[in-house]
Ligand binder design. Structure first.
Ligand code: ATP
Length: 668
C-alpha cells in the first residue's frame, strides 16, 4: 500500500514537471521581456524613486508567477538578523511588514545555506526539508509557507541580500532555469539600492559642504589647468564681484587681483602645479565698485591619469575683517611697546630720583658738622661694617642709613627697616627672626623674619636701644656669625645682612644701667656716626627752610618769590627739640597758610628761642674741629683747588684758613 502511494506521488511530480516544462519556453520568453522592461526602468532611476520601483517590479513578478509572497531581505551587519527591506503579497495573503527584523536564530539552517554557503534554497514542500532544519521548518510552517524559493544575491563578495519567494496556497515546483533570471532581478534591485544609498550620502555630504561653505562665507572654485576655465560657486563670484552668469577664466581671476599682489599669487599657483603641493595665498582684490578686500585662498592640484595635474581646486574667503583687526592689534602693540618703554624710562628716572632723595642728593646742609657726618658715611658705605648712627630724634638718622645703603655694593638688594620702638616686645622676635607655624598661640602660619627678607641687603634697626635684653644676645649672634633660628624651629638659618643701627638714647648709659648688653654695644659701636642736632648747625637752617618751602610750595601749587628775613631769623633762633622733622612740619603748615608769593611764618614757635649753653657750644666746636682736621688729613692739608679741603667742605679758602686758625689746628 505504502509503495503504491509513493509511486503515485512520484507520478504526480513528474506530471507537474512536464507541465512546467511545456509552459517554460513561452513563459521564459515573457519573463525575459518583463525583466528587460524592469531593468530599463532602473537605468538612471533617481534615488528617491528606487523603493517605489522595486515594489512595482516585485508586484509584477508576483503576478507573473502567481506566487503569494515576494520579499527582499538584507543581512544586518551584526549578522544576527535579517531585515525585510521590500515585500509584496498576493490577494488574501498576509504580507510581512517592511523594516521588520527576523532573527537568524529562527532560520539557522537557511542562514548557513544561503549566506555562508551561498547556495539556493528551493523547497517544493515542507516534508522535503531535512531533519537538521527542524527549527527553520517550524518557522516556515508557522508562517503558513508550503513552498519556498530563496536566492542569495551577491554584489562583490559576501551575501547581504536574499530574494525570498513563498507559496502559501499550494505546493509548487521551482524550475531551475528560473534561478539565474530571478538572481539577475535581485541584482538589479540591490544595485539600485546601493546606488541610491551612495547618491543620498553624496547629496548629504554636498549639503553639509554647502552649508559649511556658506556659513564660513567661503567660495569654492576649480581651475582646469589646460583650458584655464574657472568654475566657481555663487559665493566665490560674490566675493570677487564676478557676474553670476559670467564665464570665468584664470585671466579674469588675475584681473581682479591688486597689481602689487599679482606676481606673488601667480608664482604660488605656478609652484603649486609644478611641485604638486598645497596652494596658500593671501592677497588683495579690487572689486568692481573699487572696494579693496583681503582674500585668502587655499587649494590643491588634482592629478590626472598620467600624474600631470589636471585641475587646481580650492576655497577662498574674505579676511578683510581679520586683516583690519590684525593691523589694529599691531598698531596697539606698537603703542603698548612705546608706553612700556616710556614707563620703563619713567621707572628708571623715578628710581634714580628716589636714590637721590634717599642718598646725599637731598641731604640738605653745608655746615661743616653735617659735611663731616656725610664724609664718615661715605667712608664706611663701601665696607660691610656695622654702623651705629647716633643723634636726637628727627635729625636725619634714617636718611643717613639709606644713603649708606645706596652707596654700598648692596644697593640693588633690599634695605629693610625695623623700628624697634614701634613693635610690641612680644612680637619683635618673630618679626626679626621669623617663626614656624604653631611656634606660639596664634602663630597660624609660617612667617619669614626681616633678617631673611634682607638677605644680601641691609637691615636698618631704628631705635636699637629699645630692643629687649633677651633678644640682644640673638642679635649679637647674627652680627658675629650671620646665623639664628626661627622661633619654634631648631634649624639654623644663615644670612648675609649688613646691619645699620640707630638710637637717640645714650647707649653707654643704658649699658651702665644694664639695660643694654656690653658686648653688643661694643660690636655695634665699631663705626659710630653722630648726627648733630639742628641747634648745633644753625647755618643749615636757611638752606633747609628754603628747600622745604620749595618742596611743599610745589606740592601745593604755590610759588614763593620772597621769604622774609624775619621768618628766617625766627627759625634760626628757635631751639628745635624736634630737629629737621619739626622744621619740616612747621614749614609745611606755614606753606598752607601763607598767601601766594610771600612766605610767612604765622604760627608761634612753641619753645621760643634758647640760650645756647656753653656745653652745647663746646660740643659743636669739638665736632667741627674733628671734622675739619679729618678733611685736612685726607687732602694732605691742601686748602685750595678742586681737590682741596675748602672745596670739599664747601667753604671759601680764606674762611677755612680763618677757622683753622680759630680752632688752633696745626699741620703735623
Ligand atoms: N639734612 C636733611 N635734609 C633734608 N631733609 C632732612 C634732613 N635731615 C632730616 N630730614 C628730614 O627730616 C625727617 C626726619 O628724618 P629721619 O627720619 O631720617 O630722622 P631720624 O633721626 O631717623 O628720626 P627718628 O629718630 O625719629 O627716627 C625726614 O622727613 C627727613 O627727610
Amino acid at each position: 500500500m505504502r509503495k503504491l502511494t509513493e509511486a503515485s506521488e512520484r507520478l504526480n511530480t513528474e506530471i507537474k514537471r512536464r507541465k512546467e516544462a511545456q509552459r517554460s519556453p513561452r513563459e521564459r520568453l515573457l519573463f525575459e521581456e518583463l525583466l528587460s522592461a524592469i531593468s530599463a526602468r532602473f537605468i538612471s532611476l533617481p534615488a528617491n524613486r528606487v523603493d517605489e520601483e522595486i515594489h512595482n517590479a516585485m508586484t509584477e513578478v508576483l503576478g507573473f508567477f502567481k506566487v503569494d509572497r515576494f520579499a527582499l531581505l538584507q543581512t544586518l551587519p551584526d549578522k544576527k538578523s535579517w531585515m525585510i527591506t521590500h515585500s509584496v503579497a498576493g490577494a488574501g495573503v498576509p504580507s510581512v511588514p517592511i523594516a521588520s527584523e527576523l532573527p537568524i536564530s529562527i532560520n539557522p539552517w537557511a542562514y548557513e545555506k544561503l549566506v555562508l554557503k551561498k547556495e539556493v534554497l528551493s523547497i517544493e514542500k515542507m516534508e522535503d526539508i531535512p531533519s537538521e532544519a527542524n527549527v527553520d521548518k517550524e518557522t516556515w510552517m508557522k508562517w503558513g509557507i508550503r513552498s519556498n524559493l530563496n536566492i542569495p544575491i551577491m554584489i562583490g563578495g559576501p551575501v547581504d541580500h536574499i530574494l525570498a519567494i513563498n507559496s502559501v496556497k499550494q505546493e509548487r515546483l521551482w524550475p531551475e532555469e528560473l534561478v539565474p533570471r530571478l538572481r539577475l532581478l535581485g541584482e538589479i534591485f540591490v544595485n539600485a539600492i546601493e546606488r541610491s544609498k551612495a547618491q543620498k550620502a553624496l547629496q548629504e555630504s554636498e549639503e553639509r559642504l554647502s552649508l559649511a561653505t556658506s556659513a564660513a562665507e567661503a567660495g569654492l572654485w576649480m581651475l582646469d589647468i589646460d583650458t584655464g576655465i574657472l568654475w566657481a560657486t555663487p559665493i566665490l563670484r560674490e566675493l570677487f564681484g564676478f557676474h553670476p552668469d559670467e564665464v570665468l577664466s584664470y585671466e579674469r581671476f588675475q584681473e581682479a587681483i591688486h597689481p602689487d599682489d599679482l606676481d606673488g599669487v601667480k608664482e604660488r599657483v605656478h609652484q603649486s602645479i609644478e611641485t604638486k603641493s598645497f596652494l596658500i595665498a593671501e592677497y588683495r582684490i579690487r572689486k568692481p565698485d573699487g572696494n579693496l578686500r583681503w582674500i585668502v585662498t587655499r587649494g590643491r592640484p588634482e592629478n590626472g591619469t598620467l600624474g600631470h595635474p589636471l585641475r587646481l581646486m580650492g576655497v577662498s574667503m574674505d579676511i578683510t575683517g581679520l586683516k583690519e583687526m590684525e593691523s589694529q592689534l599691531r598698531e596697539q602693540l606698537v603703542e603698548i611697546n612705546k608706553l612700556k618703554l616710556q614707563l620703563e624710562n619713567e621707572n628708571v628716572y623715578l628710581r634714580e630720583e628716589r636714590k637721590m632723595e634717599q642718598g646725599f642728593g637731598k641731604m640738605i646742609g653745608s655746615s661743616s658738622t653735617l659735611q663731616y657726618v656725610l664724609f664718615r658715611a661715605h667712608q664706611v658705605a663701601p665696607t660691610d661694617a656695622t654702623v651705629l648712627i647716633l643723634g636726637e630724634t628727627g635729625v636725619g638718622k634714617g636718611m643717613v642709613a639709606n644713603a649708606i645703603h645706596e652707596m654700598s655694593a648692596r644697593r640693588d638688594k633690599p634695605m629693610v627697616t625695623v623700628n624697634c620702638a614701634a613693635l610690641p616686645a612680644n612680637l619683635i622676635e618673630s618679626e626679626l627672626f621669623g617663626r614656624e607655624k604653631g611656634a606660639f598661640t596664634g602663630a597660624h602660619a609660617r612667617q619669614i623674619g626681616r633678617f631673611e627678607v634682607a638677605n644680601g641687603g641691609t637691615i636698618f634697626l631704628d631705635e636699637i636701644g629699645e630692643l629687649p635684653l633677651e633678644l640682644q644676645a640673638k642679635l649679637l649672634r647674627v652680627l658675629q656669625d650671620g646665623e639664628f633660628e626661627r622661633l619654634g624651629s631648631p634649624r639654623t638659618v644663615k644670612v648675609d645682612v649688613r646691619v645699620i643701627a640707630s638710637t637717640s638714647r645714650d647707649l653707654k648709659e643704658e649699658m651702665c644701667n644694664r639695660r643694654f648688653r656690653e658686648d653688643l654695644y661694643y660690636r655695634l659701636n665699631t663705626f659710630p656716626v653722630t648726627l648733630p642736632p639742628l641747634r648745633m648747625r644753625i647755618e643749615d637752617i636757611p638752606e633747609l627752610a628754603r628747600y622745604f618751602i620749595d618742596k611743599y610750595g610745589r606740592k601745593m601749587g604755590k610759588r614763593f618769590d620772597t621769604i622774609s628775613k624775619e621768618a628766617i631769623d625766627r627759625l634760626s633762633e628757635y631751639s628745635w627739640p624736634g630737629n629737621v622733622r619739626e622744621l619740616e612740619h612747621i614749614i609745611e603748615r606755614a606753606v598752607i597758610t601763607s598767601s601766594e608769593q610771600d612766605f610767612q611764618l604765622t604760627e608761634p614757635l612753641e619753645h621760643g628761642s634758647v640760650e645756647r649753653e656753653e656745653g652745647v657750644l663746646k660740643e659743636f666746636n669739638a665736632m667741627a674741629r674733628e671734622h675739619i682736621q679729618q678733611v685736612l688729613k685726607e687732602t694732605r692739608w691742601k686748602i685750595e683747588g678742586k681737590a682741596g679741603a675748602a672745596a670739599f667742605l664747601g667753604l671759601h679758602p680764606s674762611t677755612l684758613r680763618f677757622r683753622i686758625k680759630k680752632l688752633g689746628l696745626k699741620r703735623p
